[in-house]
Write a protein that binds this ligand. Structure first.
Ligand code: KMH
Ligand code: ZN
Length: 274
């Protein structure tokens, strides 16, 4: 089996210090959380950025400062900026970090309810536009799918040339408005992607570790982090993103799966070596 790629989604756009005081907002806090995750075994940092007061932003300048600061200390880690941003942002606002030509970025493959009155909007034309920009800028998309229909959309747009092979999916499971975090639905998603595709699974809240185990034994890859879950166990707030990554490393070792370095993750995902 391939080595396990662990992605740490250290910050997100919605989670706050009220959920967990260790959620990073400032540049220094982002470097701290990325570093702890990297040192624990994460090879990819999925990155959102915030203003110092926690307000989500897609500012290219803010991304540059945070990405440069992380790379200054951890030069080989893969940084994967979000193009999802936060609900309500415009397409061009969301695309700003792709102007920095990162190796990877997320590409959200459909619209979904996002709790209360919120709608995370990704029309077909938006997905095509983001796909084109990523091809133009040489960025490998991580195809964020919150539902099975979003895999179908990605496959249709792949046929039309908006997304290239080999495709890499992220199954985001357990969002209120998306597919559930059950094992049945996990199997449904992983059986719906092409044979040459790779995937990672991001279980939301209590689904994080059970789905990590499913991906570990299935040969997939795992995403954990405060964006998806702030608890290390029931009723126990996580000390850091590093602690969440450490738990995945422990589970993987118990189950006989080795952890990929960033160079090995690049190899598995077909990215250029640094
Ligand atoms: N914050 C969500 C609205 C992504 O990073 O691409 C979108 C999100 C997905 O987090
Ligand atoms: Zn995200």
């Amino acid at each position: 089996m391939e080595k396990l790629i662990i992605t740490a989604a250290i910050c997100g756009a919605e989670v706050t210090k009220e959920h967990n005081p260790n959620v990073p907002y400032t540049v220094e806090e982002c470097v701290r959380e990325a570093g702890l995750a990297y040192e624990a075994g994460a090879s990819i940092i999925h990155l959102h950025v915030r203003e110092d007061d926690g307000t989500p932003t897609q500012s290219k300048d803010r991304f540059k400062v945070v990405m440069d600061a992380i790379h200054a200390k951890y030069p080989d880690v893969i940084i994967q900026p979000s193009t999802g941003g936060a609900v309500g942002m415009s397409n061009d606002e969301r695309l700003q970090p792709t102007e920095l030509n990162p190796e990877m970025a997320t590409l959200d493959c459909g619209t979904l309810n996002f709790g209360g009155d919120e709608i995370f909007e990704n029309t077909e034309n938006t997905i095509k536009y983001f796909g084109e920009k990523m091809i133009e800028r040489g960025i490998k998309p991580e195809l964020e799918v919150f539902d099975k229909s979003m895999i179908d959309m990605a496959l249709r747009l792949h046929k039309k040339g908006f997304i290239q092979s080999p495709m890499h999916f992220d199954f985001v499971m357990g969002v209120n408005g998306g597919i559930s975090g059950t094992l049945r639905d996990f199997v449904f998603l992983r059986e719906s992607i092409p044979a040459d595709a790779t995937y990672t699974v991001a279980g939301i809240g209590r689904f994080e570790f059970p789905l990590a185990v499913a991906a570990i034994v299935d040969g997939g890859h795992v995403r954990v982090g405060f964006e998806d879950n702030t608890m290390i166990a029931k009723g126990q707030v996580a000390e850091s993103n590093g602690q969440l990554v450490e738990k995945v490393v422990r589970l993987a070792k118990e189950l006989g799966r080795e952890i990929a370095t960033p160079a090995e993750a690049r190899e598995i995902l077909g990215l250029k070596q640094k």
